[in-house]
Write a protein that binds this ligand. Structure first.
Ligand code: SAM
Length: 281
C-alpha cells in the first residue's frame, strides 16, 4: 500500500466533435498533476482548442510504452497526485491504452475514477437500429490467420449484436468474410465519421454491404455493427428452406449452402442437410 493515495482518472474525449468534451472532462484536464496521453501533439491540440491552459506534464502512454510507464505513474500516485488518462479519441481502455494503468493503480490501493463520455462503439450501436439490449464488443479482428478465422466463426453463432472496429481500407474484406460465415442475409450497419461533418450510417444486409463497400472504398473512421444470429429455436423449417433457396439461387453449391445456412441460422447441419435433400427431389 502506498504512503499517500493518489487518483487515476480516466477521461473520455471527443471522437470528432469538440463540443462533446464535457465540462467535467475539461476540469480534470485543467486540474491534473499529470496527463497520460497517446500522442502529446494531439492532446496538446485538444487542450488548445478547448482553451485549457496547462502546467502539468504530458506523459506519452501508447501500446508500446504503457508497460514501461506503469512505474512512473504509480510513483506519482504514491505522492498523492491526480493523474488523468486520455487517448487520441474516445474512452481510454476501449481498443486503446489504459487497462494496465487501471490494474496497477487499483492493485496499489489508489482510487480509480472515470469521467465517462464519447465512445465510437456505443455511438455506433445506438445509431445502428440493431438490438442494443444485449451486445458484444469485438474491437479490431486479427488481420489474418487462425485467430481471425476463430473470431469470425464465433460471430457466426453469436446471438448478441456485435460491434467491430475496422480500418476503411479493410472494411470490404471484413464484410466479405462476415458474409461468408454469417450468411449474406445477416443485417449490418456501418457507422462512419460519427459526430463529424461527413457522418453516415449505412444499413443493409452483408451481401448489400459488400456491394456498397466495393462501389467506393468508404473513407474515414468506421464501426461495423452486426446483427446477432437467430436463436436456434426460432428458425423454422420454412426459414431454413428460404435461406437455402436464396443461397442455391445465387449459384452456391449445396454443400456450401448447407454450411452457411446452418451457421447463419444457428441450426444443426444435419437438419439443414435433410431439408436440402428434400429440396432436390
Ligand atoms: N477508444 C476509442 C473509443 O472509445 O471509441 C476507440 C479507439 S480505436 C483505436 C479507433 C477506432 O474507433 C477507429 O478505427 C474506428 O473504428 C473507431 N472510431 C473512432 N472514432 C470514430 C468516429 N468518429 N466514427 C466512427 N468510428 C470511429
Amino acid at each position: 500500500m502506498s504512503s499517500r493515495s493518489g487518483s487515476l482518472v480516466l477521461v473520455a474525449t471527443p471522437i470528432g466533435n469538440l463540443g462533446d468534451l464535457s465540462p467535467r472532462a475539461a476540469d480534470e484536464l485543467r486540474d491534473a498533476d499529470a496527463i497520460c496521453c497517446e500522442d502529446s501533439r494531439r492532446t496538446g491540440k485538444l487542450l488548445e482548442l478547448a482553451g485549457i491552459a496547462r502546467s502539468s506534464p504530458l506523459l506519452v502512454v501508447n501500446d508500446h510504452t504503457e508497460t514501461s510507464r506503469v512505474g512512473d505513474v504509480l510513483a506519482r500516485l504514491a505522492r498523492g497526485e491526480r493523474v488523468v488518462v486520455v487517448t487520441d479519441a474516445g474512452t481510454p481502455g476501449i481498443s486503446d491504452p489504459g487497462e494496465q494503468l487501471v490494474r496497477a493503480a487499483a492493485a496499489e490501493g489508489h482510487r480509480v475514477e472515470v469521467v465517462p463520455g464519447p465512445s465510437a462503439a456505443i455511438a455506433a450501436l445506438v445509431a445502428s437500429g440493431l438490438p442494443a439490449a444485449r451486445f458484444v464488443f469485438e474491437g479490431f479482428l486479427p488481420r489474418k490467420g487462425s485467430g481471425r478465422t476463430a473470431r469470425l466463426q464465433a460471430l457466426a453463432s453469436e446471438q448478441r449484436t456485435a460491434i467491430l472496429y475496422e480500418a476503411p481500407h479493410r472494411v470490404a474484406r471484413t464484410l466479405a468474410d462476415l458474409s461468408e460465415v454469417c450468411g449474406p442475409d445477416r443485417r449490418v450497419a456501418v457507422a462512419r465519421e460519427l459526430t463529424k461533418l461527413h457522418e453516415e450510417v449505412w444499413r443493409g444486409t452483408l451481401e448489400r454491404g459488400c456491394e456498397w463497400a466495393a462501389e467506393k472504398e468508404p473513407k474515414g473512421e468506421l464501426v461495423l455493427v452486426l446483427e446477432g444470429a437467430a436463436a436456434p429455436e426460432t428458425a423454422t423449417d420454412d426459414d431454413v428452406v428460404d435461406a437455402l433457396r436464396r443461397a442455391l439461387d445465387r449459384g452456391v453449391s449445396t454443400k456450401d449452402s448447407v454450411t452457411t445456412v446452418a451457421r447463419a441460422l444457428g441450426v444443426p447441419k444435419r437438419r439443414v442437410y435433410s431439408l436440402a435433400t428434400a429440396l432436390d427431389r
